[in-house]
Every structure is written in C-alpha cells, then in structure tokens.
Design a protein around this ligand. Structure first.
Ligand SMILES: *Cc1c(COP(=O)(O)O)cnc(C)c1O
Length: 400
C-alpha cells in the first residue's frame, strides 16, 4: 500500500521521474503492483476508516475524507504528468476552484479572463463576491489590459487557455511574468489542453487546475477535479481544505480517472488529428461563418499556441453564415454521430450551444461583447473515424 506522503517526487518509483517519457509516466507514475496480491492495478479502497494498532499508530491513513490510497495513486500520477511536486484531488473541478479561492480574504482582488468556463464565472460572481472578494474579467489575450487590471489588492490571476468556448489563446509565459512582478499567484485552468498538450508550471504558473471530468477522465463516466503545484504553502492550504471542508473525491471516481490517464497521450493525438480535419472542413463549408481553432493559421493566437502547446487540441467552435439561434438549433438537432450535450473531452463527439447551454448564466450583452454570438456552436471532437464526423456535420449543415 502506498503511504499518504507518497507523491511523484518522493515515492522512489522510477516511473514517476521526469526523465521518462509522458506515455510511460501516464501508465506507471504513482502506481506499483499491490504488495499483498501483486494486482497490477491499484485497488479501489472502498473504506471510510483505517484500523490503528494503538491510538495514533497507523499506516499513514486515518479517515477517508482526508486520504485514501486510490486517491494517493491518482494524485501522484497527475503530479507527474504536470511536472508538479504534488497533486490534490477534489470531488469536481469546481470543488477545486472553491478550495483555491478560499485562500483569499475579503478585499482581495482577482484578475480573470472574460471567456471563462461558465461555472467558474458563476462561483466567482455568486459565491465569492458576496464574501468580499473582487474580480476583474478582462480579455487576457491583451497583455496591456492584463497589466491595467492589477490593483494593490490583486492576489490571484486566473487564466484559461484555450478559452471556453471561443478558443482564444493566452500567452502563459507573458502573464506569468506580469503576475510574478506583482507578487500574485498564477492559476492556469489546463482542462481544455490536458497535460499532454500544455504544461503551465514549466511556463511559470504556480497552480494548474483541471476538471478531470473532461480529457483526463476521457470517457464521460466520472466527475472530478485536481490541482497540481510545487508550492508548499498552496499544497498545505489545499490539503487542509480537503480535510476541513470535505470536497474529497470517492475511490471509485479516482480509479476511473487513474485508468483513463493511461491512454491520455493516445486519445489526445486522435482528438487533435480529428479536430484539425474538422476545422479545415468547416473552414471551407459555404454555410459556415467563422471557424475558431488554434491550429488554423488564420487564428489570432496560432503562433502562441504553436509555442506553448504540443498540438492544438480537440475543441472547435464555429458560427453559421446566417447567425441565429434557430439555425444553430436546426444544425444541432440534425447531427447523428455528434451528440447534443454539455461537457467535453470524452471519446465520443459532442455538439453544444454555449449561448443556451453552458453559458446561459452569462448575460447576453456580455456574451455578445466577448464574441459569443447566437449561432456559435462548440464541438468536442471525439476519437471516432474522421470521415464519419465530417459526413455527419455536412448532412446537418445541409439541413439549413
Ligand atoms: C468542466 C470545467 C470546469 C468545472 O469542472 P467540473 O468537474 O464540472 O466541476 C472548470 N473549467 C473548465 C475549463 C471546464 O471545462
């Protein structure tokens, strides 16, 4: 059984070391054959407590809200993939966001992007603003706007890149320098890229957050979150939040994510290949208005994405030439392979209408100002056969 302080940097398991390739670490980091049986997969430790031989004498585990061996294995695995000393897992991406923001105090200020995941915007405005935190939501592709948004009270900078759903690309290295100059912590939500495509800690970020519900889980069968960091103060704060506030993930959920990270590199390669094919297909389609994909040379963030990402990801957004909710609805009802659903990052292709689904909580004026128009359709491109995906979209677009 791994001990609770078993993490990528300290568990003495060769497969966790940074010299090994990403695929090898994805499969092995944090995991050793079970010492009692030889089981190659980390068991699902369905237990709430751990027997002590005398009061306070135990094997490193006391109560399962605080720690669980299946979770420990996942935390070490994710830490290795992001190049962090520590990984701290949560019950959802938003539980992780909640735990990060709780390190701030009334009066503290956060600089955040204006094209964030809708739930991140909601927790900032509706949960933390009433407790006295203040937020500036700005276009983070504009480094002058980032600079101007800092105040003396700025403690945190929150970056998402590529952004959701407009797929804008933020220069992590540049924003990290700005944050460092002001003594602010830089958090990067790496959910859209996954650690295979982008490693924000190596570009200067202090914390990386993931919704493991998406590419890390990869099979649309689990909800989870994680934060990776090499900062001891943040690690202590986040572990305390798990213990004190209880946003811990269950062992079965940890097992599902641990199982999925073993194929992350393979899945991401196919997600990227398919998304590239679809972006080019849509770009040439007469019914399509504007295609947003960082891999297209016409994308304003293409050069930055090429520098900070291994490849351009599996998400593609586009508008219709005839921009209306009605037309977007028609297209989304006509697809057969692409399923109409929220979420992203699974092996199956999904189609989504941000204005009425994921971003319904963002006021329309603010949506339009950010470029999130009525017909904007977001695709989470899966790992099916590309020809079937393009044929499906072609048929749906012909329904207009
Ligand atoms: C889904 C998502 C979240 C929230 O994660 P949950 O696991 O749904 O709580 C945060 N950020 C991004 C970019 C997401 O896509």
């Amino acid at each position: 059984m791994p001990s609770p302080d078993t993490h990528a940097a300290t568990n003495g398991h060769d497969a966790s070391t940074a010299e090994l390739g990403f695929g090898t670490r994805a499969i092995h980091a944090g995991q050793e054959p079970d010492p009692s049986t030889g089981a190659i997969m980390t068991p699902v430790y369905l237990t709430s407590t751990y027997v002590q031989s005398a009061p306070g004498e135990h094997k490193g585990y006391e109560y399962a809200r605080v720690s669980n061996p299946t979770r420990t294995a996942l935390e070490a695995n994710l830490a290795s993939l992001e190049g962090a000393d520590e990984g701290i897992c949560f019950a959802s991406g938003l539980a992780a966001t909640d735990a990060i923001l709780k390190r701030l105090r009334p009066g503290d200020h956060v600089v955040a992007g204006n094209d964030l995941y809708g739930g991140t915007y909601r927790i900032m405005r509706q949960v933390f603003e009433p407790f006295g935190l203040t937020f500036s939501f700005i276009d983070m592709t504009d480094l002058d706007a980032v600079e101007a948004a800092f105040t003396d009270a700025t403690k945190l900078v929150w970056v998402e890149t590529p952004t959701n759903p407009l797929l804008q690309v933020v220069d992590i290295t540049a924003v990290a320098e700005q944050a460092k100059a002001r003594g602010a912590t830089l958090v990067v939500d790496n959910t859209f890229a996954s650690p295979y495509l982008q490693q924000p800690l190596s570009l200067g970020a202090d914390l990386v957050i993931h919704s493991t519900t998406k590419y890390l889980g990869g099979h649309s069968d689990v909800v989870g979150g994680a934060v990776m960091t090499s900062d001891e103060g943040w690690t202590e704060h986040l572990r305390f939040q798990i213990k004190a506030a209880g946003g811990a993930p269950g062992p079965m959920d940890c097992f599902l994510v641990l199982r999925a990270t073993k194929t992350l590199h393979l899945r991401m390669e196919r997600h990227c290949e398919n998304a590239r094919g679809i972006a080019h297909f849509l770009d040439a389609h007469p019914a399509v208005g504007h295609v947003r994909y960082p891999g297209l040379a016409s994308h304003p963030g293409h050069a930055i994405a090429a520098r900070q990402m291994r490849d351009f990801g599996g998400m593609v957004s586009f508008t219709l030439k005839d921009d209306s909710v009605e037309n977007a609805t028609k297209v989304m009802k006509a697809t057969r392979v692409f399923a109409l659903a929220e979420s992203l990052g699974g092996v199956e292709s999904l189609v989504n209408h941000p204005a009425s689904m994921t971003h319904a909580s963002v006021p329309r004026e603010q949506r339009l100002a950010a470029g999130l128009t009525d017909s904007l359709i977001r695709l989470s491109v899966g790992v099916e056969d590309l020809d079937d995906l393009t044929a499906d979209l072609d048929r749906a677009l012909r329904s207009l």
